[in-house]
Design a protein around this ligand. Structure first.
Ligand SMILES: [Zn+2]
Length: 491
């Protein structure tokens, strides 16, 4: 039976993973080594092949033969990555294939790479489907709420095994060192990891592009520098974003701020995030519209955070205006409304996001500040403590655009809260509800009917997310007029 499954896997790889016509014995022999087998016979197989069914059989076989470090999801994922690696093109072959497809058009090229990443189960489509998604009709726009259930919880066995690893290799999760590395205890399998080589802003092959295994939105892409160097947000990165959009005009691209608290989770490695999706921020109403010059429009958007949108069909005029706004914000200080640009370090930065709208480039410049004090160690423009029970983490570009990524623990906690409210149970008896206690008291006072409870709780979570974004508004201690004055001084 295992021989048949190897045949099926090879047939699948020829159909979906670009395994070459002459590569079947080569791939089969690599699989034999991995599965500690010694012979392979070619067999006829059905054309209708299911990757997950074949892989489950092979992983169960490998488990039964004690070929895995342990029978945990993480270990199985890592071994699956190793199996798929026997069938996939090498990284440079894949870049060449991508470039051939790119000659037909950028959309053809990204479709090619994205389809491959799904077919190889590098993008964990089945797990992503488990995420809970709904809209919250907020006062600014319909915000999108995602409760993240796709990433498997780590087994204590994996955590222990990982703690024993002393090598600092790969240096970080974005480094090129990850391509093909076998880590049975890392969060995502890497043997089947592939990064397409890119040239951005005249730096030939200095960049890479990959998809996110646990995509938060369609075609969630990571664009990274190949060298491990820290995040930066400045004139240079804005030009890099524009060049990416010139090369992939059907994608959106953005960068997290390069400072702690207001930045992303990986500040040590310069990267962008993009994808093919329309985010809620794009539907924001316009509060003020200015003509910076004949070619450039500047708008202040009605959004919970301070957002300036710069639009132009001219790349250079666009970049000039964006650079001006960035410089002005970097040097902006207004102690009357608690905006401090510098104490022991610089505090002002931006979250930049770029998308094409027809022929117009649209740059969303979200003003950020990471000023923190002893009484507010997480920063003045970070989710407030009373909202940590829903969202504690940094607010990065995805959330800035109106898509919340909330922790999976919320599903069970919300069910438990419902149970307490319906059946008059004391929430204090459940340690996991401790952080929600003040909120539960508020909910009790609302006397929500049993029928409406599930939906009301979802909407309440959405409302708290909207407040979380408002917490990050750098002009929240002032007024919209302060923001208008800031913009009007620049243009
Ligand atoms: Zn790195």
């Amino acid at each position: 039976m295992i021989n048949k499954k190897i045949n099926e896997l090879i047939a699948y790889a020829k159909a979906h993973l670009h395994l070459g016509v002459d590569d079947d014995y080569y791939a089969a022999n690599r699989l034999l080594y991995l599965l500690k087998l010694t012979t392979f016979t070619k067999e006829e197989v059905d054309e209708d092949l299911d990757f997950f069914e074949i892989m489950e059989y092979i992983l169960n076989y490998a488990c039964g033969k004690n070929l895995l470090e342990s029978d945990t999801v993480t270990s199985r994922d890592a071994f699956e990555g190793k199996i798929v690696d026997c069938l996939l093109p090498r990284p440079s072959e894949l870049t060449n294939l991508f470039r051939q497809e790119y000659k037909k058009g950028p959309l053809t090229a990204t479709n090619f790479f994205h389809d491959l990443s799904i077919a190889s189960n590098y993008i964990k489509t089945k797990r992503i489907e488990k995420n809970i998604k709904y809209d919250y009709a907020g006062k600014y726009a319909a915000l999108e709420i995602t409760i993240n259930l796709s990433k498997p919880e780590k087994d204590p066995k994996d955590i222990l095994a990982q703690s024993l690893i002393k090598d600092n290799y790969p240096t970080c999760p974005l480094c090129m060192e990850n391509v093909g590395v076998y880590q049975a205890t890392s969060l995502a399998p890497r043997s089947n990891h592939r990064v397409i080589s890119l040239t951005l802003n005249h730096e030939v092959d200095a960049w890479g592009m990959q998809y996110s295994p646990y995509a938060y939105f369609p075609e969630h892409t990571i664009v990274l520098r190949k060298d491990h160097s820290p995040m930066y947000v400045n004139e240079l990165s804005f030009a890099e974003l524009v060049d990416f959009i010139n090369k992939f005009p059907h994608y959106l691209i953005g960068s997290n701020a390069g400072l702690p608290i207001v930045g992303g989770s990986i500040l040590g490695h310069h990267h962008f995030q993009g994808g093919r999706y329309d985010f809620p921020i794009e539907k924001a109403r316009v509060l003020q519209k200015y003509k910076a010059n004949r070619k450039v429009t500047v708008e202040v958007l009605d959004w919970p955070m301070a957002v300036i949108r710069v639009s132009s069909d001219n790349e250079n005029a666009l970049l000039d205006e964006v650079n001006k706004i960035y410089e002005a914000w970097y040097n902006y200080e207004n102690k009357d409304i608690s905006i401090f640009k510098h104490t022991d370090q610089d505090h002002n930065t931006v979250t930049p996001i770029l998308k094409l709208n027809g022929a117009q480039y649209q740059f969303y410049i979200v003003l950020r500040n990471n000023y923190a004090t002893e009484d507010q160690p997480y920063g003045w423009y970070h989710p407030r403590k009373e909202r940590f029970h829903i969202k504690k983490e940094n607010i990065g570009l995805i959330e800035v655009m109106g898509l919340a990524i909330l922790p999976g623990r919320l599903v069970e906690e919300l069910d438990l809260i419902k149970d307490c409210l319906i059946n008059n149970k004391d929430p204090k008896e459940f340690p996991e509800l401790e952080k929600h206690l003040p909120w539960i008291e508020e909910l009790k006072e609302k006397n929500i009917s049993q029928d409406e409870l599930s939906e009301t709780l979802r909407q309440e979570v959405g409302h708290i997310f909207e407040q979380v974004l408002e917490d990050c508004n750098v002009f929240k201690y002032g007024s919209k007029e302060d923001l208008y004055r800031f913009v009007e001084k620049i243009i």
